[in-house]
Write a protein that binds this ligand. Structure first.
Ligand code: FES
Length: 278
């Protein structure tokens, strides 16, 4: 019998990490071990996460495909489904459909420098591709991560930021908006585009990946262009307004493009060709 495409995998919440007061990470394991063994995905893809009786919500897969046996997602509590997710406890079961969407072409990035620029809660889609590339570290040259949030308490993955900051093969720059620092804050103070311009990473042979709030992305792209990055070497990921994830509901389309099928990963060049509404 043909499998219903809307039928979710049943996932057990193995671990819950409180990232900030309203952001949590779930580590999820397939209840059916065979399904878990057969499941594969690539960096950049997303899924639909569901709580019975409440509905579904779209998030990227935040863990790396190189880490087997589980997937992780990170979400902010802001609506009905995410509030229901936030009430879940370790051991509870939720649904997951996916993986959907296109991917970051990390095989094409071999022997290049990588520059990851993220803001706020948009680090999760970046975290997947960062860990994927760090687990294949020999394939890439310099790796730089610039991550900013409104305040120190809004920084997610604090334990991993510490780990990346201690690695000799990663350059990590963290920043918070002016006024968001604490007395013992050792990172930068300033908006992400400003800190990017100040740190001026080399654009030659470098791929930039940008994820963040629309306003951050809007001001970051011109800085990258000013630094010499070509629009083909700048990538981002969109998650807006998705529902089915399968190109069927028509909710995610921008012009002729379906974000769920043609994206969510786009180059800056591709974004420039979309209608301004994205
Ligand atoms: S989310 Fe339904 S068509 Fe894209």
């Amino acid at each position: 019998m043909e499998q219903n495409i809307y039928f979710p995998y049943l996932m057990r919440i193995e671990k819950i990490i409180d990232e900030t007061p309203d952001v949590k990470t779930f580590r999820l394991q397939f209840q059916n071990e065979d399904e878990g063994r057969q499941f594969t995905f690539k960096a950049g893809q997303f899924g639909e996460y569901s709580v019975m009786g409440e509905g579904e919500s779209t998030f990227c897969i935040a863990s790396s495909p190189t880490r087997k046996d589980y997937i992780e997602c990170t979400y902010r509590r802001m609506g009905r489904v995410t509030s229901a997710l936030a009430r879940c406890e370790e051991g509870d079961t939720i649904g997951f459909r996916g993986p959907y969407g296109n991917i970051f072409p990390i095989d094409e990035w071999k022997d290049k420098n990588l520059l990851f620029i993220a803001g706020g809660i948009a680090l999760p889609p970046m975290r997947c591709v960062i860990w994927n590339c760090l687990d294949l570290r020999q394939n890439y040259r310099n790796v730089t991560i610039i991550y900013g949030a409104r305040t120190v308490k809004d920084l997610v993955y604090k334990h991993e930021l510490k780990e990346w900051g201690e690695r000799s093969d990663v350059k990590l720059i963290t920043t918070v908006d002016p006024g968001g620092e604490t007395a013992d804050w050792k990172g930068e103070i300033g908006f992400v585009p400003t800190i990017l311009e100040k740190s001026a990473p080399a654009s030659e042979n470098t791929v930039a990946v940008v994820c963040g709030p629309p306003i951050m992305i809007k001001y970051t792209f011109p800085v990258l262009e000013k630094l010499g990055f070509s629009e083909n070497n700048i990538y981002t990921t969109l998650e807006n307004r998705m529902k089915c994830g399968l190109g069927k509901c028509g909710r995610c389309n921008v012009g002729n493009v379906y974000v769920c099928k043609d994206g969510p990963v786009f180059t800056y060049k591709q974004l420039k060709q979309l209608p301004a509404e994205y």
